[in-house]
Ligand binder design. Sequence first.
Ligand code: GAR
Length: 220
Amino acid sequence: MKSFVVLISGRGSNLQAIIDAIDGGQITARISAVISSRADARGLELARAANIPQIVIAAVPGQSRDAYDRALIKQIDALPVDFIVLAGFMRILSTEFINHYPQQILNIHPSLLPEFKGLHTHRRALAAGCKKHGASVHFVNAELDSGDVVLQAEIAVQADDTERSLAQRVLQAEHVIYPMVIQWYVEGRLVFKNHQLFFDNQALAAACLWKNQQLVLPQA
Ligand code: GAR
């Protein structure tokens, strides 16, 4: 069975969705550890409750990104790990880290990438008057929020949406699409050949879409 680590920094609701998907048999892999960049992350309690080893690697003041990431690599490489899942891990990873795990790092970001990279995505989508917003599961490459997008959840923005109400609906969708993509990866349905991503042996030219509770695959 494949193993993975989940990297978190906070609340851990995506972590919980992944744990639930493992418990429910939707993900057929195991979490070897949850690693948090913060000692006070609530997600650590969720890991504890699920009997998953918890590791805190907090940044030391003045420590460089490279030094932090090397400590992270050392820790991850001491575990049985086939791939890495970022679930609200609020640190930018160094090129060294990313290159150490080529095409083995998944992330979820609360926007329809390439729109709204970075922080405060819901606020920015509302301010821009977007009719659609959502979340994206993507592979991580050396550029922030820029790797191949596998699946996006599309949410209609409502006239009376607040940052909070929109964030809540997007988060619910995140909890659906992240376990889905993790299992695709576990089953070997997502494969890179010559830097091109294939899904079920078809080159993935555009992201798959999760819309109105349905999966829409891109046209071949
Ligand atoms: C999620 O909304 C996730 O998409 C976002 O942080 C939140 C973590 O929530 N990630 C990013 O913004 C990464 N750029 P959680 O701790 O409850 O899973």
